[in-house]
Design a protein around this ligand. Structure first.
Ligand code: ADP
Length: 355
């Protein structure tokens, strides 16, 4: 168990800045997800945390001790970390128990303690009954549990998970998210979880760091990053989102052409400044002709039934299109004229950065 403190961490490859300046505090017992699109710097951060590479600037500390700085890198085996990768890396010729016990044997633990830890690790991932099986006799999800048990058996102070579920099919992936969270709740090991999958991050993490271009765009709880995204990138990367381009009309007001739309200003802008209005499709309402305030006229372009809701694409003139997720029993047809209401409390206004 450990507090991790990452300060002004940067990593360049020649002239290319993979990490620009990362600041993250990961309190003891927290599961932090590093979430972002491919190439944003997630794996680079994890490699530095593991001690496989040297930072260009800044430092990483665990419980106050410097693990990494440009001058000094404590080697991986002396950090008390365990790593789990997406390709489970279990040995095919060893049984489940032999795989999990491997790290313990290297530590030359007394037999009784080795057996106790092995049993504990297998039970934690619910493989207690499968210790004698070989990997080829296991499903992909079970093989990943073996990798997780092996990582846990050595009782690390920090657990690093690098896209651990990417090789599993969609159904198993969903189930394993909850498993990882359960194991975390049980053991409370400080964990850094790298993923490009927002669903995985939202389910597993206490804190999510959303990254882009080697920079942390936002650090917050899953609810904070979903409900109060720091910028239009975070709003669009987490969940479905509509983005409408316009200008700032005044405090709490967005102008779509000449039409004012009331919303929540997420950063202060000046009247006339370019801006983006973000609203989740699930918050867009189909309304009747009497509705007033934040109402737009549109024409249905596409209407897709998805069982739990209907995904409706609506053309709203020059501003482009809006997606609305509506109750499945509403049946707007392509070509139909509709009115949509954008509830002000769900309209997030982001002034465009100035050059
Ligand atoms: P992610 O894990 O978020 O997909 P990475 O941390 O792997 O992203 O990579 C961040 C950026 O750094 C990418 O543009 C990648 O091409 C670059 N990069 C990573 N490793 C190296 C390397 N050894 N040499 C040069 N560029 C690298």
């Amino acid at each position: 168990m450990s507090d991790i403190d990452i300060r002004q961490l940067s990593k360049s490859y020649g002239a290319y800045h993979a990490l620009r300046s990362i600041d993250l505090r990961i309190p003891n017992g927290t599961l932090l997800a590093l979430l972002g699109p491919s190439g944003c710097g997630k794996s680079t951060t994890l490699q530095l945390l593991a001690g496989f590479d040297t930072p260009t600037g800044g430092e990483i500390r665990a419980d106050g001790e410097v693990l990494s700085s440009p001058q000094r890198v404590i080697p991986p085996e002396r950090r008390g970390i365990s790593l789990v990768f997406q390709n489970y890396a279990v040995w095919p010729h060893k049984t489940v128990a032999e795989n999990v016990a491997f790290g313990l044997q290297l530590r030359k633990l007394p037999r009784a303690e080795l057996d106790a830890r092995l049993a504990r690790a297998l039970d934690t991932v619910r493989l207690g009954a499968l210790g004698d099986r070989y990997p080829f006799e296991l499903s992909g999800g079970q093989q990943q549990r073996v990798a997780l048990a092996r990582a846990l058996a050595v009782e690390p102070r920090i657990l690093l998970l690098d896209e651990p579920l990417s090789n599993l099919d969609a159904h198993l992936r969903e189930e394993m998210r909850f498993e990882i969270r359960r194991v975390h709740d049980e053991l409370g090991i400080t964990t850094v979880y790298v993923t490009h999958d927002q669903g995985e991050a939202l389910v597993t993490a206490d804190q999510v760091a959303v990254m882009k271009g080697g920079i942390v765009q936002q650090l917050g709880t899953p609810e904070q990053i979903f409900e109060q995204p720091a910028n239009a990138f975070v709003a669009s990367f987490i969940g479905s989102n509509n983005e409408i381009a316009g200008t700032i009309g005044g405090p709490g007001s967005f102008l779509l052409g000449a039409q004012p739309i009331a919303g929540v200003e997420r950063a202060s802008g000046t009247t006339g400044q370019q801006a983006v209005l973000c609203i989740r499709p699930s918050r867009v309402e189909l309304c009747d002709a009497r509705a007033t305030g934040n109402v737009l006229d549109g024409v249905v372009k596409r209407s897709a039934y998805l069982g739990e809701y209907r995904d409706v694409l609506i053309e709203i003139g020059e501003a482009g299109t809006l997606r609305a997720f509506v109750a499945p029993d509403r049946r707007p047809q392509p070509g139909e004229r509709v009115r949509v209401r954008l509830p002000p409390e769900h309209c997030q206004i982001f002034p465009a950065p100035r050059d």
